[in-house]
Design a binder for this molecule. Sequence first.
Ligand SMILES: CC(C)(COP(=O)(O)OP(=O)(O)OC[C@H]1O[C@@H](n2cnc3c(N)ncnc32)[C@H](O)[C@@H]1OP(=O)(O)O)[C@@H](O)C(=O)NCCC(=O)NCCS
Length: 214
Amino acid sequence: MTALPSAPTPAASAPAPAPAPQDFVRTTLDLGDARLRPWSRADIGSPTVDALIAASTDEAIALWNPLPTADRDAATKWLEARDDAWGKGTLATFALAESTRPDTLLGALTVRWTDRADGLGMIGYWLVPAARGRGLATRATRVAADWAFRTAGVRRLELAHAVENEASCRVAERCGFPAEGVLRASYRFGDGEYHDEHLHARLWSDREQVTTDR
Ligand SMILES: CC(C)(COP(=O)(O)OP(=O)(O)OC[C@H]1O[C@@H](n2cnc3c(N)ncnc32)[C@H](O)[C@@H]1OP(=O)(O)O)[C@@H](O)C(=O)NCCC(=O)NCCS
């Protein structure tokens, strides 16, 4: 057998490895006009529940991000599961709300571990129709991704969306998650069909990159 070449010596300028993965710790992230705040049991019985029920009926959310919050009982269970996940540190799951009117729900954003031991995470988001078209998903994703890299030891953060979802593709690109390829028939969406997805990712070592425009 031919000898394999010896492994290259790391360059002096090789980036430092990402810190060890950590639990997600309940945090509120400030976007100025809006806030990402942890979902909690305190939302049960608030106007946020009605907003969650309404969001589940929105056509785009029902297609690309189906929500199991069709009624009060379902929304309550969903909120309890989110509160519990924060307690265990396994899921960073935020409501996006107006800063001055915290009960006005704009959307949601989640960072989850895909493989915690390997520092591999996934980010996802949705906005209510009235909050779309003003760059909010972009700002929220940038802030949440920076937070996850800084505090949770995420090494690689992935973002996947159906290839037809062009708005989500733009958000990913604008947040410094370049497209890496197409996952064929990789996820069954709200229409019950498997769709191809674009896989995007941002690395811990990319975290200082300046992302442009709004
Ligand atoms: C995807 C989503 C989060 C985008 O959030 P947003 O803050 O409204 O994003 P923007 O309105 O700033 O749009 C982002 C970009 O997509 C473009 N865009 C918006 N809707 C589009 C559409 N239907 N087709 C093509 N491009 C579109 C915008 O023009 C903008 O482009 P720009 O960067 O050149 O300005 C939001 O539309 C949404 O919640 N959709 C329903 C649920 C969903 O798709 N979740 C994501 C699952 S991966």
